[in-house]
Design a protein around this ligand. Structure first.
Ligand code: CTP
Ligand code: CA
Length: 231
């Protein structure tokens, strides 16, 4: 067990990490987005590379300063924009991966129609943007995984209390069919842009496989420890 925690314990492992948040276009200048900065995903990529893994970071709209935290000879960055592009990239990259970590915040819905020209007030009235649901990428990756491949999902929750947080996490781990689900609590002032994070890690059957609090890099280390235990 000690060897699992030593530096280089992920040597030779091929991992794909998605990070950031998707942007669903409305017109050439507007999108539906979310507040995910990509910091936790960038930290996961950096930590995996430091421990010897070959990493592909699928980056959805991550700012340059955050991406710079994941600069490493063993990290290859693939940039994507909308959920459909992220889905395509993840399916392609997952084919050769031992571990797939879906840390990106994916828009649940996208506009049915994307206007090629900027929506303008001159059209009169207030526009209604009709939405359609996006594919659940991590559920698709979990359903298609090859023997021995691990698929890890994330969930950002805004629960009433700890009990609701844990109950939602267990449900999600099971409904998505993933090997591990990493849950963190977010709010107006918690989670997204901050350097610190607190997570609970759930394994098969909703068993708690770990818990971590601290810098996003420290949380990343705890997540890779949990992954190393699963393998
Ligand atoms: N996810 C995904 N594809 C989607 C939506 C979510 O792959 N279309 C992934 C996220 O990357 C994350 C996990 O699913 O790893 C959980 O995301 P979350 O938004 O918490 O789950 P949802 O099933 O969308 O549930 P909710 O209704 O609470 O948003
Ligand atoms: Ca969602």
């Amino acid at each position: 067990a000690q060897a699992l925690l030593a530096p280089g314990d992920l040597a030779g492992m091929r991992v794909v990490v998605s990070a950031g948040g998707t942007r669903e276009p409305i017109d050439p200048v507007r999108f539906l987005g979310n507040r995910s900065s990509g910091r936790q995903g960038a930290a996961l990529a950096a930590e995996a590379a430091a421990r010897g893994a070959e990493v592909t970071l699928v980056a959805a709209n991550i700012a340059g300063d955050v991406l710079a935290e994941a600069r490493h000879p063993s990290i290859r960055v693939v940039s994507v924009g909308a959920a459909a592009e992220l889905a395509e990239a993840m399916k392609r990259e997952a084919a050769a991966a031992d571990v797939v970590v879906m840390a990106a915040a994916v828009a649940d819905y996208r506009p049915v129609e994307v206007s090629n020209r900027k929506l303008t007030k001159e059209a009169g009235g207030v526009p209604t943007i009709e939405l359609v649901e996006n594919e659940d990428i991590v559920a698709a990756l979990a359903a298609a995984r090859k023997p021995g491949q691990l698929v890890i999902a994330f969930a950002a929750e805004t629960p009433e209390d700890e009990a609701e947080l844990l109950a939602r996490a267990r449900r999600k781990q099971q409904s998505k069919g993933v090997d591990l689900l990493v849950v963190n609590e977010v709010g107006w002032e918690r989670g997204f842009e901050s350097a610190e994070n607190t997570v609970h890690i759930f394994g098969p059957g909703g068993t708690e496989a770990g818990m971590a609090s601290g810098s996003k890099r420290a949380v990343a280390a705890a997540i890779w420890d949990a992954v190393a235990q699963e393998r």
